[in-house]
Design a protein around this ligand. Structure first.
Ligand SMILES: *[C@@H]1O[C@H](CO)[C@@H](O)[C@H](O)[C@H]1NC(C)=O
Length: 311
């Protein structure tokens, strides 16, 4: 804080999508709808998995974790953004900014780690099916999901601490719709070079390595599937991982695009729209990806709804 002795950063201003009143209203309505669908969808997934004994498998335990993580993830940013649009008061306290950052980063990383655990689960199920129940035992999957939560919480606690030590003298204006780490870095007056090096290390460890593990699992999975003789068997094996594969593509697609997009496209608005997709749309789609056309899930759900209507 030496760089700025009378640093009075108690709040930031969130400056996102400054459009007309009509535009603001449309954004508000769209985001509210997305938010409600996401919460409802993920809670339905959570409840159905809890209630249906056939769904008490490692894959669905992971999915249950994913749905809770997604609910926290989306709730860390969208409600505040909605209230900013509704009240036109774009201030956010420094402390809420830090807690937003904490919950957003930790559940984001938790999603990555759970998706990676799921790809290991699919790898074992398809490539070494005879060993499945021995390898994916209760101890292992509980360990995998617990460590996903613990690692991601500790990691983002560190980020929250680092950001809380930054000073913001010249500008408190964030051109984003939540307290985004990169955006905070661009307006801080502290030296962020060492933190950026840390971030490269972190990205490698927590984004590139999980991505590589996922790809590797799928290389093995696909080569195993191609060796299956009967078309029916191939289809059955493949359909047991299409949901997971779709989520993986939805999840890593935008990140890869953000990293490798041509520099000429480097406009803040586009980044913001892309991250809106990332922050709001991906968690909304997750429950649909897993439930639509999935008989394991739809069968019990239909039965539950029927029983309710009889009563
Ligand atoms: C997360 O998964 C573990 C097992 O992998 C399970 O015991 C736990 O209940 C799950 N947590 C939630 C919130 O569903």
């Amino acid at each position: 804080m030496d760089e700025c002795p009378n640093n009075t950063a108690t709040d930031f201003q969130i400056l996102a999508f400054s459009t007309s009143e009509m535009g603001q209203f449309l954004i508000f309505a769209a985001i509210l709808l997305i938010y409600l669908i996401t919460i409802t969808g993920n809670l339905i997934v959570f409840i159905v998995i809890c209630l249906v004994p056939q769904l008490h498998t490692p894959m669905y335990f992971f999915l249950r974790n994913l749905s809770i993580s997604d609910v926290i993830y989306i709730s860390s940013t969208l409600p505040k953004f909605l209230s900013i649009i509704a009240t036109q008061d774009n201030r956010i306290f420094f402390t809420s900014c830090i807690s937003q950052l904490y919950f957003f980063l930790s559940t984001g990383l938790c999603d990555v780690l759970i998706l990676t655990s799921m790809s290991y689960d699919r790898y074992v199920a398809i490539c070494i099916p005879l060993m499945y129940s021995m390898i994916m035992n209760r101890k292992l999957y509980v360990l995998m999901s617990t460590s996903s939560w613990v690692i991601s919480s500790i990691n983002s606690l560190m980020y929250a601490y680092l950001v809380s030590t930054l000073s913001f003298c010249s500008s408190h204006k964030l051109e984003h719709f939540y307290c985004d780490l990169q955006t905070l870095y661009t307006i801080t007056t502290s030296d962020t070079r060492s933190r950026e090096i840390l971030m490269i290390f972190e990205d490698t460890l927590f984004a590139f390595v999980p991505f590589l593990l996922t790809i590797t699992s799928y290389v093995f999975i696909i080569s195993t599937i191609l060796k299956i003789r009967s078309a029916k068997g191939r289809f059955k094996a493949f359909s047991s991982c299409t949901s997971h594969l779709t989520t993986v593509i939805l999840f890593y697609g935008p990140i890869i695009f953000l990293y490798f997009k041509p520099k000429s496209m480097d406009t803040k608005k586009q980044d913001m729209i892309l991250s809106l997709f990332y922050v709001a749309v991906v968690p909304m789609l997750n429950p649909f990806v897993y439930t639509l056309r999935n008989q394991d899930f739809l069968g019990p759900l239909r039965k539950m709804v029927k029983i309710k209507s009889i009563i």
